[in-house]
Design a protein around this ligand. Structure first.
Ligand SMILES: Cc1ncc(COP(=O)(O)O)c(C=O)c1O
Length: 410
């Protein structure tokens, strides 16, 4: 929902230059209607199949965004007690909250049980013991699935592959049936399904299908042992178009391939994160200084790697564009931040017009794993977040202050 109106780049109907004036930079800006559109595509694809779409809230846990998604029927995929807390505060129905993660603490398990979440995606035999013990002490039954590592290696950055053999995630494929047989003997758990998540920013359906086919073999073997698996949780991972021309499958194409792998009576859970919020959010930044050094051109901006760590952590590409049309000459340039690290960049060797000092740029598609992964490194207060709906831009997180930096220090 980014488009130029005359000379101004707008998000929905609002000029980004107006947002810069009103809320300052750098700042994260989101399009409400893009979020809704992305979620509705999943909902429509799921259609009348039973199950639900759980937003992976690790990608963006701003309360206003969570509330928006809860309001249009999303469930939540969580990975910590803190995320469960945020989701409950935002109004998610606990019966639509699922909880994955290799390192759930006793306190987190107890909190999740107290909150009556829908299910735990268990990632080890010892975690199964822990959940069974805690549920027993609380005199409740924990609903569980096992996250199975299907040993499928999707083509994406190695840091965001989770389904490959040798990663820390899930129950090893060869132990999957044993996990279910072990759980069957536990008094305080109820088995409801099976889960796998193979990675993120995946741009073709083949690895999802291969994982589903491998999971189906486990489902058959488990069900032969009299254990019914009602829910198939296919995880998240669908990619988005970071670079123009990247071909991205849509949720309906994905589901069309996955549903026939399983029996007709199965219910499905999907846990999309990036493909719901990634292209709905952008980072608005200002050029502080320009310089040429060692034969290279630099635009030094007010956003650092603490605000957006993806370029340096994952060598991620985000398109960067001026928010005003200009005839200024394009120059190959590095867009960098103010932090004392050579890894502090938003983009390298980009052909960009030589905009004036004080001009603005938009780092696009930063809605997922952007604000959520930001930190106060270099004692830089966290950025404000703005949600745009049509011609209205509303602050949904205020800019943190210097005082906030000291908040919990004693
Ligand atoms: C268990 C699980 N589900 C869902 C997701 C969301 O993935 P994505 O943002 O690629 O859709 C993740 C991300 O790492 C995850 O670990």
């Amino acid at each position: 929902m980014l488009r130029f109106k005359k000379n101004d780049l707008c998000i929905e109907q609002v000029k980004l230059s107006d947002i810069a004036k009103q809320y300052g930079t750098s700042a994260y800006i989101y399009s409400k209607n893009q979020i809704i559109k992305n979620f509705e595509a999943y909902k429509k694809a799921l259609g009348s199949k039973g199950g639900f779409i759980c937003f992976a809230c690790k990608t963006n846990s701003n309360g206003a965004i969570l509330k928006l998604l809860a309001g249009i029927g999303a469930g939540a995929d969580t990975t910590s007690g803190g995320e469960i807390y945020r989701c409950l505060k935002a109004g998610f129905n606990p019966s639509k909250i699922v909880y994955a993660g290799v390192g759930k603490t006793s306190e987190e398990i107890e909190y999740a049980l107290k909150s009556k979440i829908f299910m735990f995606n268990i990632e080890s035999f010892e975690e199964l013991d822990a959940i069974d013990n805690i549920a027993g002490k609380m005199k409740v039954k924990a609903k569980i699935s096992f996250r199975i590592n299907p040993y499928v290696n999707p083509d994406t950055h190695s840091y965001i592959v989770t389904g490959r053999k040798g990663t820390k995630f899930g129950i090893p494929y060869e132990d999957a049936v044993k996990a279910y047989l072990t759980a069957k003997k536990k008094k305080n758990v109820a088995i409801v399904g099976i889960h796998s998540h193979i990675g993120s920013q995946i741009l073709n359906i083949a690895p999802f299908k291969l994982a589903a086919q491998k999971i189906k073999k486990i489902v058959d073997a488990v069900e032969k042992n009299g254990i019914k698996l009602e829910y198939i949780n296919c995880g998240g991972g669908l990619g988005i178009e970071y670079e123009e021309g990247q071909k991205v499958p849509d949720p309906s194409q994905l589901m069309l391939e996955l549903f026939p792998v399983f029996d007709k009576d199965k219910k499905f859970i999907f846990e999309p994160g990036r493909s719901i919020i990634g292209n709905a959010g952008h980072m608005l930044i200002k050029i502080l200084y320009r310089k040429i050094s060692g034969g290279k051109s630099f635009l030094i901006t007010d956003a650092g790697m603490n605000d957006l760590i993806r370029p340096t952590l994952y060598e991620a590409y985000h398109e960067i564009m001026p928010i005003k049309k200009t005839n200024a000459k394009k120059v190959k340039t590095n867009v960098v931040g103010p932090i004392c690290e050579s890894g502090d960049f938003m983009g390298k060797d980009r052909m960009l017009p030589m905009i004036e000092q004080g001009g603005h740029l938009l780092v696009t598609c930063t809605g997922a794993y952007g604000a959520a992964m930001s930190s106060e490194y270099n004692s830089r207060p966290l950025l404000p977040e703005v949600l745009v709906d049509g011609n209205k831009a509303v602050l949904i997180r205020k800019r943190a202050s210097y005082k906030d930096l000291l908040l919990n220090e004693i």
